[in-house]
Design a binder for this molecule. Structure first.
Ligand code: KG4
Ligand code: ZN
Length: 340
């Protein structure tokens, strides 16, 4: 059998994504974002996101089919995010995928969004060496994973005990008066700042934490520390050096993310580390990981930044893997699972 042609649909948050792949080959990846509509609220408003998905889904599907030059009747399966994510947002993608699967009589695959963030790297770098370690850093999740098999056998070594890394970026941007989403804005502001200007804390790196919570992360203490530092300056009538604060905050996040990820590889004895999720687009995280993995002989797999944030191709390529493995499709009754 030739590589499966798969349509992937993603709608877990504020991006409506429709992607088409043939095996590990990317044919189309259309993403429509409602982010502009959320900016003034400083975060995603679920109701607005759901309505935007409803409006964007069909045009995104049509654009993807045209770009890939594919007719819907040709696809081998339809992969869709079943969770985790915002319930009202997930159901729009799931209902669309079910309607297509039922009307075209194609198999439906309801899949995990987080695994999609890991699988997307297949489109850039081909088959995954298994086992490998994965650092998943998004707006809702931050975890270190051991991937034995992308279609099923994934173990979580550790995760954040409070805020996700992307959430910390978004919250710090807000307190600095920067736009939502904060990640890309802080990334940019940090480029003109001094990462050593302010010594912000590195969460869960004290000796006792390294014993009990070696592969867990914590970013809420860091966020509080940035907030106190900024408030003190403002109270004293001093200017807040936005670029230095952004660079120093970013250094604290990336230092801990990379140190623990490299430690996990050594602990597991795996020689490949993959990064995924929106924060994996961060320039400092990418360069620091490159430095630290190279120093230890670990091969780093970084999908191109445009594939790190939410998109439909990540679900399509995961679907292609599932089909290649001959795994069973989902029932047309499958529900969305916001906490999957
Ligand atoms: O994976 P994603 O697109 O959506 C979720 O599944 O959460 O991740 C979104 C998160 C946001 O918090 C955003 O601020 C962050 O990824 N992000 C970044 C960058 N680009 C997006 N964080 C740091 N640096 C970036 N360049
Ligand atoms: Zn995501």
């Amino acid at each position: 059998m030739s590589a499966p042609l798969v349509l992937g649909i993603e709608s877990s948050c504020d991006e409506t994504g429709v992607g088409i792949v043939r095996g590990h080959e990317l044919l189309a990846n259309e993403v429509a974002s409602s982010v502009e509509q959320h900016v003034r609220y400083g975060g995603v408003v679920p109701e607005i996101a759901s309505r935007a998905h409803l409006e964007a889904m069909r045009p995104a599907l049509e654009r993807a089919l045209a770009t890939a030059d594919v007719d819907l009747t040709e696809v081998d399966g339809i992969a869709v995010t079943a969770g985790p994510g915002l319930m009202g947002a997930l159901v729009v993608g799931l209902a669309s995928a079910k309607a297509l699967a039922a009307s075209l009589n194609k198999p439906l695959y309801g899949l995990n969004h987080l695994v999609g963030h890991v699988a997307v790297d297949l489109l850039d770098h081909g088959p995954l060496p298994q086992p490998c370690a994965a650092l998943l850093v998004s707006g809702g999740h931050t975890s270190l994973l051991l991937v034995n098999d992308i279609t099923g056998d994934i173990t979580e070594l550790g995760s954040t005990i409070d805020d996700a890394a992307g959430e910390a970026y978004d919250k710090v941007a807000r307190l600095l008066g920067l736009a939502y989403p904060g990640g890309p804005v802080i990334d940019k502001a940090a480029a003109d700042g001094n990462p050593k200007a302010i010594a912000f804390p590195r969460g869960l790196t004290a000796q006792k934490d390294l014993v009990k919570r070696r592969f867990d992360y914590s970013f809420s203490g860091l966020k509080t520390s940035v907030s106190r530092w900024v408030e003190t300056r403002r109270r004293d009538g001093e200017d807040v050096p936005i670029n230095d604060v952004a660079a120093s905050f970013q250094e604290a996040v990336c230092d801990v993310l990379t140190a623990k990820a490299v430690d996990a590889c050594e602990h597991l004895g795996v020689s490949d580390l993959l990064i995924g999720g929106g924060v994996a687009a961060n320039s400092r995280l990418r360069s620091l990981l490159e430095e630290r993995t190279a120093a230890r002989g670990i091969t780093l797999r970084r999908p191109r930044p445009g594939l790190c944030t939410d998109n439909g191709a990540m679900m399509a390529v995961l679907g292609a893997e599932v089909i290649e493995r001959g795994l069973r499709p989902s029932s047309l009754d499958i529900g969305a699972n916001s906490g999957l």
